[in-house]
Design a protein around this ligand. Structure first.
Ligand code: SF4
Length: 310
């Protein structure tokens, strides 16, 4: 029988605990906008972008892109200093594809963040097709100077979902990019979207198998959000499809976590959903209730991450 591992806060290997263990203190993620673009929007791979992507390149919570990186960090840290005087920070390059474009510019943006006082690492969101040799070289060099993780959207383990979502890449490409980064010692965090239309019944087992086989350091689980102004919103309006209820979504999250490798850090179990843009599902806005309901279910089932991991 597997040893029961208890994390400080939650019945799963959560980001807060993982960062506390790594750095010995509270670490806060600050979203910055590095002014990058995306090959799935500028025509190199596609023009429409991913079906769910907003005008902000899925970076609604990022800092003000009119400010430079230093000013964005300064502004956010100023607001947090009183509440968390001892905290340090991870600068999160969230909007668009942050390893796409001019390498010198990229390096300048990353270095501006990693040298800011109190910043102990970088989280870099990007696409699987933006991890070329030059980018790998740069990330490897920077990772010898600071802690780095790279976030990429797996979204779904099925190729037909990638066509529907217009991501412009495949699950195999996600695997290849993950392996290449992990071989250089760089942590990779994969995003998963639950509740996509046309989902096979085996989705949860297929997803868990896919994740557990890869050298992934973390996952983010999201409910499919329909946001105003996206191609997904147009599709939803013309051909409405059923979205998961909170209960159904949380059952899926628990099922996945119970079978997930215990060393994989769960960065997120529910998305934030930009309130002003959200069409459905509105239950995600009550994040505290969603999290409490999940924790109660784990407790009622005496469950935890990896309970059924084989
Ligand atoms: S890769 Fe990211 S930024 Fe580009 S279209 Fe897709 S979600 Fe938007």
């Amino acid at each position: 029988m597997m040893t029961i591992k208890r994390w400080l806060d939650k019945p799963y290997n959560n980001l807060n605990d993982a960062l506390r263990q790594k750095f010995g203190k509270k670490i806060i993620k600050l979203s910055v906008d590095g002014g990058f673009s995306c090959p799935n929007r500028d025509g190199r791979v596609g023009i429409g972008g991913c079906l769910f992507c907003t005008e902000q390149g899925s970076g609604e919570f990022s800092g003000d892109c009119r400010l430079n990186i230093t000013a964005q960090l300064e502004q956010q840290i100023e607001l947090l200093r009183d509440k968390w005087p001892e905290a340090e920070y991870i600068a999160y390059f969230q909007s668009f594809s942050n390893t796409y474009g001019d390498l010198d510019y990229m390096e300048r943006q990353f270095r501006a963040a990693m040298t800011y006082p109190g910043v102990v690492g970088l989280a870099i969101a990007t696409r699987v097709d933006c991890i070329g040799e030059e980018v790998l070289k740069l990330l490897t060099t920077l990772s010898q100077e600071t802690y780095i993780w790279v976030e990429m959207g797996l979204q779904s383990v099925y190729a037909h979902h990638h066509k529907l979502l217009n991501t412009g890449y495949t699950p195999d490409q996600f695997s290849e990019a993950t392996i290449r980064l992990a071989e250089r010692g760089i942590d990779v965090v994969g995003h998963i979207i639950l509740g996509l239309p046309d989902t096979p019944e085996t989705v949860l087992d297929d997803t868990v198998d896919f994740l557990n086989r890869l050298p992934l350091a973390g996952v983010k689980l999201h409910m499919l959000n329909v946001l105003r102004g996206t191609a997904l919103a147009a599709l939803y309006a013309s051909k409405p499809f059923e979205l998961l209820s909170m209960e159904h979504y949380l059952e899926q999250v628990r099922y996945i976590i119970e079978r997930l490798r215990p060393d994989i850090v769960v960065h997120r179990v529910t998305g934030d959903g930009a309130k002003a843009l959200l069409i459905e599902p509105t239950w995600i806005l009550n994040k505290r209730h969603v999290l409490n309901t999940l924790l109660k279910a784990f407790s009622a089932h005496e469950s935890y991450q990896g309970k059924y991991f084989r």
